[in-house]
Ligand binder design. Structure first.
Ligand code: LLP
Length: 425
């Protein structure tokens, strides 16, 4: 997501924050809060930034496989499917969503360390592009499942390049100590094994070193190691069709210096220059993170010593990132006009019974009860990681397209939350 796309999709007109042409107070009024709001234009321009940066591989067009886990709403998947995207999935559930949204199974890669046999069967039947295999047992099981179905499973090995992505430890995946992928040193013999298994067709190679990466150097280092392996495989007659360099590009949440997509990809593309293999990428956050916000309302203000609390109607069940990673999201007033109340420093918190239920610490805001607030950069790993903790119906989701706002997920009802449960007989 480039800064310019963000500013055009989310802009203040007069004192009122708009998403594209739609004033946010109207969204809050019409759909209620808490509510996620996405901009189709911002999603589109984030995708197009990748397309433009990858244009010089036109001879062998790169495939952008959107990482569904970042935000799996069907409307988001639909926007990307229409733009020609592929998808990176990690479950049978995500595959079902991609198909329901009209995504092309022939452009789907399946990542994840614990694919079940049922998920393997489902993906084989759908005809996905590739399984990113992460372990020896998975390789053996996939071979057996494919043989049972009389098919050949297309595979890549996810190779762990042992590179330090220098990001939050919870979202760093490329070190030797991580649970992900097969060790770099084990890759060659494993490819030989895979090539010899009758139920498998070796198609590519995959790596993903972490998320919210702001410096492309570790990804380029990983890419260099990976292409070295690809060449070693070719020398043995194991020729790969594609190289999947994963996702991970970071976005601006606060004041981080964030490279543009073109700047981030340049060192990776340099490693790939003149190579025949198709390039695959699996971006998640950088396609959706800055294309969405969480709209909430101030429920009440609790002024006191040593802290002032602004209790809002969104909580850690809606946006877990602050509680989970101590992540910082900008919090702004939707309407900056009206009677000015004195600014104070607030802890912006939700109504959940946990001290970890905060959305922002020490924010200077001038607030009154009922004010709508926007929690920015919430398009990625927001709704997708939400829960019903405290029996809170999850937020509604709205997609703005020009001057129209569409409800793309209605708010849950409380009855729906316990509809699958039953008291003892
Ligand atoms: N490919 C694989 C195999 C992944 O595991 C991930 C993310 C991606 C692609 C997409 O990475 P992205 O481009 O979004 O960085 N919940 C955390 C982020 C977890 C990322 C998990 N894997 C957060 O809220 O920061």
């Amino acid at each position: 997501m480039t800064a310019s796309a963000t500013t055009t999709a989310f802009s203040r007109r007069g004192s009122i924050l708009h998403v594209e042409e739609v004033p946010l107070p109207e969204v809050a009024e019409r759909f209620g809060t808490p509510c996620y709001v996405y901009s189709r234009a911002a999603l589109t321009s984030a995708y197009q930034a990748y397309q433009a940066a990858l244009a010089d591989r036109a001879g062998r067009p790169a495939l952008i496989c959107y990482a569904v886990k970042a935000n799996s709403n069907l409307a988001i998947l639909d926007v990307f499917a229409r733009l020609g995207a592929g998808f990176d999935i990690v479950s049978g559930g995500e595959l079902a969503r991609v198909l329901a949204a009209g995504g092309d199974p022939g452009k789907v890669v399946f990542s994840g360390v614990g694919k079940s046999r049922a998920e393997m069967r489902q993906a084989l039947a759908a005809g996905i592009l590739c399984f990113n295999v992460e372990s020896v047992p998975e390789l053996e099981t996939l071979n057996a499942v494919a043989i049972e179905l009389g098919r050949q499973a297309p595979v890549s090995l996810r190779v762990n390049p042992d590179v330090d992505a220098r990001t939050h430890p919870y979202i760093s995946t490329g070190l030797k100590s991580a649970k992900f992928g097969v060790p770099f040193e084990a890759a060659l013999p494993l490819y030989r094994r895979a090539a010899a298994l009758p139920g498998l067709t070796v198609r590519g190679i995959d790596c993903h070193i972490g998320s919210q990466l702001l410096d492309p150097a570790p990804a380029a280092e990983a890419a260099t190691k990976i292409v070295g392996l690809v060449d070693a495989l070719a020398a043995e007659g194991i020729v790969l069709h594609h190289i999947d360099l994963g996702g991970g590009m970071g976005i601006r949440y606060r004041d981080e210096t964030v490279p543009s997509v073109a700047e981030y990809l340049a060192p990776l593309l340099a490693v790939m220059r003149d190579r025949q293999e198709q390039l695959l990428l699996e971006p998640g956050r950088s396609l959706v993170g800055n294309a969405g916000l969480l709209l909430t309302r101030v429920a009440l203000l609790k002024h006191g010593e040593p802290k002032n609390f602004a209790v809002v109607d969104a909580a850690m069940n809606d946006l877990a990132r602050p509680a989970l990673y101590d992540a910082w999201h900008e919090i702004v007033k939707v309407s900056d006009g009206g009677t000015p109340t004195p600014a104070r420093v607030y802890e912006v918190v939700g109504p959940i019974c946990e001290s970890g239920d905060f959305l922002g610490h020490a924010r200077e805001l001038s607030l009154a009860p009922g004010d709508p607030l926007a929690i920015m950069s919430a398009g990625a790993y927001g709704m997708a990681m939400s829960s019903n903790y405290n029996t809170r119906p999850r937020a509604a989701e709205v997609m703005v397209d020009g001057d129209q706002a569409f409800l793309v997920r209605r708010r849950e009802t409380v009855e729906e939350l316990y509809a699958l449960e039953s008291p003892l007989p």
